[in-house]
Design a protein around this ligand. Structure first.
Ligand SMILES: C[S@@+](CC[C@H](N)C(=O)[O-])C[C@H]1O[C@@H](n2cnc3c(N)ncnc32)[C@H](O)[C@@H]1O
Length: 143
């Protein structure tokens, strides 16, 4: 418990200001600093909580359950950095296959005229035409 009550309220306010839904807590300990985050996010929000020590998590969970926010916590035991690295790797691998498959399907589709333009993370533009009707596809993968 190294977070002050004021700090917790400040973090709570910041999360509400940006309408945060998902967040992370690196260094859970007994969850004292996580509580104001859990109260700030919506019912279906999630906190990925990481700590190298699971015993303290289990201790804190008793209190967190009483506060009715335990369902918002996804706890992972271990060093935070490798956990986050693995998540990024999984994310990239997951979407890479999808985007490659999509690009292949668009490339062989006679209804798609030419353009497959990746404009940013998860966004692809394609120009199509079908029986004289031209259209612009904006394919958006929500991250
Ligand atoms: C000062 S306590 C955290 C206090 C908590 N945030 C609070 O204010 O109530 C630090 C916690 O970070 C954990 N920790 C330290 N290094 C870590 C790492 N690399 N990955 C995950 N957890 C770590 C420790 O096990 C400890 O429980």
């Amino acid at each position: 418990m190294t977070t002050s009550a004021n700090e917790g309220q400040f973090l709570n306010m910041l999360l509400k200001l940006i309408n945060a839904k998902n967040t992370m807590e690196i260094g859970f300990y007994t969850g004292y600093s996580l509580l104001p985050l859990a109260f700030a996010i919506p019912e279906d929000g999630k906190i990925l909580a990481m700590d190298i020590n699971k015993e303290n998590y289990e201790l804190g969970l008793l209190v967190i359950r009483k506060d009715g926010v335990a369902h918002k916590i996804d706890f992972k035991e271990g060093l935070a950095l490798p956990i986050v690295d693995q998540m990024i790797e999984d994310y990239v691998r997951y979407y890479r296959d999808f985007v490659l498959e999509l690009n292949e399907a668009l490339a062989v589709d006679p209804g798609i005229e030419i353009c497959i333009l990746p404009v940013g993370d998860g966004i692809t533009l394609a120009i199509g035409s079908n029986e004289g009707l031209h259209f612009l596809l904006i394919l958006y993968i929500k991250c």
